[in-house]
Design a protein around this ligand. Structure first.
Ligand SMILES: Cc1cc2nc3c(=O)[nH]c(=O)nc-3n(C[C@H](O)[C@H](O)[C@H](O)COP(=O)(O)OP(=O)(O)OC[C@H]3O[C@@H](n4cnc5c(N)ncnc54)[C@H](O)[C@@H]3O)c2cc1C
Length: 407
């Protein structure tokens, strides 16, 4: 008898699972049930409309380092399907990809529509059915089959793949069938400052910052930092928000951010200041360029330190040296709240990975029930890693399902 697979959710993970099952085993009847009226909505808006499909880090051991949640779970998954496989897969189905200098991989067209077109076209030629406006409301395993209740109709399937992304209603439904859920919290966000004295510098970035949260000092991040109208953003901040997503939620996004503006070594910087005092005693400190920061940022910090515009190196004194060292290496700013990072935001939390098999993506203690994509407690920093987790998990689940569905 023809086996029926129900894929719940028409996003990246649902499509990739459906297509790969159909490619490996064309005899299976596959239907994607999508709650909304739109398919692949997040793919279309992803990467600022360009869709950062994956990343040029190929080694599974290196790849997993980009996942604050999922780190341990993903290595065997990437051993089965990694970012190189993603590239090959899309190339094989007509999507030309390009790698940017920072390793992010996009369609050559610079348009997420290309990925949408590829996935929907493959679905069509493989005969995969799609039902829109079909929100799963209830799920129960009865008489060796899954009974599925949607808003307006009921159906049944031999295999069910849950690919509903981060969805609170779905978490409740899954809890009701005893699937453990890790409570969701946002990840990948920017930091807000209430009295933002640096607002005049919005748009200025430094390439080589070091950032730490005073209340959670174990984790530091390095890299570009951007001053925005609301506070601080840029890769270093986004990475901090992802790795510390859970403790930051616990302190309600109210904390002190410590910025070392140019990842200065404090001793080296001190020596540099002493050389300035010795060699350039009459020069104005305001005109110093040895800090390596954008001029406007240095001028703002200089005023912040309470120095007079005409102060020269000979007049600086020990207190002045300490003030420069503190403000350049240990600048403290109070953060109150967060903002969504528009290009990419994800949720930490979801199905507890201890109940998922990394070689099949089957959910433990539930016959022929699988989960893929953001519904799982897996999330990454920016760079195409979130999609990569969705492609890899979906491929592994598809292979496992096709392998047993014909038996
Ligand atoms: C603005 C934005 C930009 C992003 N850019 C990038 C990027 O460039 N690179 C990257 O790697 N990641 C990016 N991400 C993250 C990435 O989009 C997600 O990790 C990925 O889309 C997850 O895919 P998914 O299929 O698991 O979930 P989703 O894409 O969320 O799809 C789940 C689908 O399930 C449907 N659904 C939910 N509940 C039900 C139900 N009960 N019944 C039926 N259907 C249901 C939903 O309507 C949805 O269509 C971005 C995210 C956002 C929000």
């Amino acid at each position: 008898m023809v086996k029926k697979v129900a894929i719940i959710g028409g996003g990246a993970a649902g499509f990739f699972t459906a297509i790969n099952i159909a490619m490996i085993n064309p005899d299976i009847k596959i239907t994607i049930y999508e709650a909304s009226n739109h398919l692949l909505a997040k793919v279309l808006v992803s990467g600022g409309g360009r869709c950062n499909v994956t990343n040029a880090i190929y080694d599974p051991k290196e790849l997993i380092k980009n996942y604050p949640r999922g780190y341990d779970f993903l290595e065997p998954v990437f051993n089965q399907f990694n970012s190189k496989d993603t590239q090959n897969w899309f190339n094989a189905y007509g999507v030309k990809l390009k790698t940017e200098d920072d390793g992010r991989i996009f369609p050559e067209s610079n348009s997420s529509q290309t990925i949408y077109n590829c996935l929907t076209h493959q679905c069509k030629i493989l005969g995969i059915s799609i039902r829109l406006k079909s929100r799963l409301k209830q799920i129960e395993f009865k008489n060796q089959q899954w009974e599925l209740k949607f808003k307006n109709f009921d159906t049944h399937a031999d295999f069910v793949v849950l690919a509903t992304g981060s969805n609170l209603m779905m978490y409740d439904l899954l809890r009701s069938i005893k699937i453990p859920i890790v409570d969701p919290v946002p990840s990948l966000f920017t930091f807000n400052v209430k009295q933002h004295e640096f607002i005049v510098l919005a748009g200025i970035s430094v390439p080589n910052s070091k950032v730490i949260i005073k209340e959670i000092p174990d984790h530091e991040e390095h890299g570009p930092l951007l001053i925005t109208h609301w506070g601080f953003s840029g890769p270093a901040i986004l990475r901090l928000s992802a790795w510390l997503a859970i403790p930051l939620a616990e302190i309600d996004y109210t904390f002190t951010l410590i910025i070392n503006w140019n990842n200065y070594d404090i001793e080296l910087l001190k020596r540099q200041l002493l050389i300035q005092i010795k060699d350039q005693p009459k020069q104005k400190i305001a005109n110093w360029i040895g800090h390596g920061l954008p001029k406007r940022l240095w001028q703002k910090l200089f005023i912040q330190m309470g120095f007079k515009e005409y102060l020269n190196w000979a007049e600086l004194g020990k207190k002045g040296i300490d003030s420069i060292l503190k403000n350049l290496t240990c600048f403290e700013v109070s953060i109150e709240g967060k903002s969504t990072f528009k290009e990419e935001f994800v949720t930490a939390g979801g199905i507890d990975l201890s109940s998922v098999n990394p070689f099949t993506f089957a959910i433990e203690n539930h016959h022929h029930l699988y989960a893929v994509g953001e519904l799982l407690n897996i999330d990454a920093i920016t760079g195409g890693f979130n999609f990569q987790a969705a492609w890899s998990g979906s491929y592994v689940a598809a292979k496992a399902i096709s392998g047993i569905a014909h038996k």
